[in-house]
Write a protein that binds this ligand. Structure first.
Ligand SMILES: C[S@@+](CC[C@H](N)C(=O)[O-])C[C@H]1O[C@@H](n2cnc3c(N)ncnc32)[C@H](O)[C@@H]1O
Ligand SMILES: *[C@@H]1O[C@H](CO)[C@@H](O)[C@H](O)[C@H]1NC(C)=O
Ligand SMILES: *[C@@H]1O[C@H](CO)[C@@H](O)[C@H](O)[C@H]1NC(C)=O
Length: 278
């Protein structure tokens, strides 16, 4: 190779090197999705790989002789809504039960939060499934007070559709759950399942406050869309009457077995000052 040829070759190498280095730098600057040097697929929006919680749930239910209390067709109503939203959802569930692992698994990559009244039952469930996001709640009501609360709440301005907000710190309205963890108030819930607290004996808390709080949360939704509220045990008088008072017949979109499904429209931009919920 002659000297001039060598120089030419070295120059060519340098040019190729510069182009290569530029391409490399550009590839680093580009977002991972359209990088032509990086074959890793970072777009996992439609990630269908099962989560570890879903795998745990399969194993659990395959080896368990006890099943959740809701029936196949009742559970399907909620599952259909979770699927129709086509994204991970914010799902608030009143009560821990045999169904908790199922609800969390039906909302993969979403946020599912459980609120449980019974401290020893809470310990038992969370010990077996520490992955569940769950808190204990103290209720201020008893089932035996259901009738009295229903006939008197309209005299308390803090129980009115507008006056009940903010729920956090609303001590005056006994139907408002006022001391929940901040996460509950700071999250916009797409779905709320009311299948607790216990409401089958006089001293039990009853579902009055859970129903009222779900109704207030739905009315105050800031984002687009409705709040889906599911209420179980509507064969019982208190559940039925409180649903009709706060969740409203006109919002009832489906009923199967002992489950009612409501779609609560947001009133956050309403210029009408509602004095009643329905
Ligand atoms: C109607 S249960 C909810 C049942 C739940 N939906 C299920 O399918 O397992 C309402 C409350 O009863 C209590 N509870 C539920 N399952 C229980 C169990 N297996 N043993 C003791 N208490 C339970 C909890 O305090 C719970 O919040
Ligand atoms: C990356 O993943 C997305 C979503 O899963 C998929 O639609 C796309 O085809 C993938 N791209 C490549 C290059 O594999
Ligand atoms: C309320 O109004 C604001 C401002 O116009 C808007 O961004 C928001 O989407 C509205 N929310 C609802 C629930 O209609």
């Amino acid at each position: 190779m002659q000297v001039s040829e060598k120089r030419w070759f070295v120059s060519l190498l340098a040019i190729v090197g510069i182009i290569g280095a530029s391409l490399f730098i550009v590839s680093l600057i580009q977002t991972p999705n359209n990088s032509f040097l990086c074959s890793v697929n970072y777009s996992n929006k439609n990630d269908n790989t099962p989560t570890s919680l879903q795998l745990k749930a399969i194993l659990h239910y395959a080896t368990s002789s006890t099943t959740p209390q809701q029936s196949f067709s009742e559970i399907t109503i909620t599952l259909d809504v979770l699927k129709s939203l086509k994204r991970p959802c914010n799902f608030l569930v009143f009560g821990l039960g045999l169904d908790s692992l199922m609800w969390a698994s039906l909302n993969p990559r979403g946020r599912t939060l459980f609120l449980e009244e019974d401290a020893s039952w809470f310990q038992k469930v969370v010990k077996d499934a520490p992955e569940l996001n769950a808190h204990t709640v103290k209720y201020r009501t008893h089932l035996r007070e259901a009738d009295a609360l229903l006939s008197s709440y309209r005299n308390e301005p803090s129980c009115s559709p507008v006056g009940a907000m903010p729920l956090r710190g609303n001590e005056r309205c006994k139907l408002a759950l006022h001391n929940l963890p901040d996460e509950v108030y700071d999250t916009e819930w797409d779905l709320i399942m009311v299948d607790a607290p216990k409401g089958y004996f006089a001293e039990a808390p009853g579902r009055m406050a859970a129903i009222f709080t779900a109704a207030v949360m739905g009315r105050n939704r800031k984002g687009s869309g409705v709040t889906h509220v599911f209420l179980h045990d509507v064969d019982r008088k208190v559940e039925k009457v409180y649903a009709e008072e706060f969740l409203c017949r006109k919002n009832l979109v489906k009923g199967v077995g002992r489950l009612w499904h409501f779609e609560i429209p947001s009133k956050v931009n309403s210029t009408i000052y509602d004095t009643v919920f329905c």
